[in-house]
Design a protein around this ligand. Structure first.
Ligand code: ZN
Length: 162
């Protein structure tokens, strides 16, 4: 409805002053202030293409970027700084610079498997401590409950006897 449309902040331009100079065009403003042209009368609000794009980026962009960043090379950390490094395909690098002439002439450098023991970060230590504390509290509560039940049981017995 036209009334609802106008109430929702829409407006109708009787004759556009710029191309394509259409008449009676329904407009509505995006929350960012940009005008969105040719809005349906049922629209309660509009989002301009830029805002849609930036929302999509916010939703998926970071995830996408993270995926892009992770590229396992199979090369050890710091191979760039090694005097000589030969990857599993036989490419030879001297201090990270490929030496095409030497390709295939040397044995691949043995890469030591990554140590599985990871040093805990400060945060991880704090979290672990917190968990320990919680567990201790839970155990204490259990003990107290047990004690309470035991006492209550005693009282019950005592009451029955009475
Ligand atoms: Zn916008």
């Amino acid at each position: 409805m036209k009334e609802t449309f106008l109430r929702n902040g829409g407006y109708i331009v009787k004759k556009e002053t710029i191309f394509p100079f259409a008449e009676d065009v329904r407009y509505m403003d995006c929350s960012c202030g940009r005008q969105v042209r040719n809005v349906g009368e049922n629209a309660e609000s509009v989002k301009c293409s830029r805002c849609v794009d930036s929302n999509l980026y916010k939703q998926f962009g970071e995830e996408y970027e993270q995926k892009q960043q992770y590229k396992p090379t199979g090369r050890p950390a710091g191979w760039h700084f090694m005097n000589e490094f030969v990857d599993k395909d036989g490419n030879v690098f001297h201090k990270g610079v490929e030496q095409p002439k030497l390709k295939g002439t040397l044995e691949p450098t043995k890469v030591k498997p990554k140590k599985k023991v990871k040093r805990k970060t400060k945060d991880e230590i704090l979290v672990a401590r917190h968990k320990e504390k919680l567990a201790a509290q839970r155990q204490l509560k259990k003990d107290l409950d047990k004690q309470k039940k035991f006492l209550m049981g005693d009282v019950d017995k005592w009451c029955v006897k009475d």
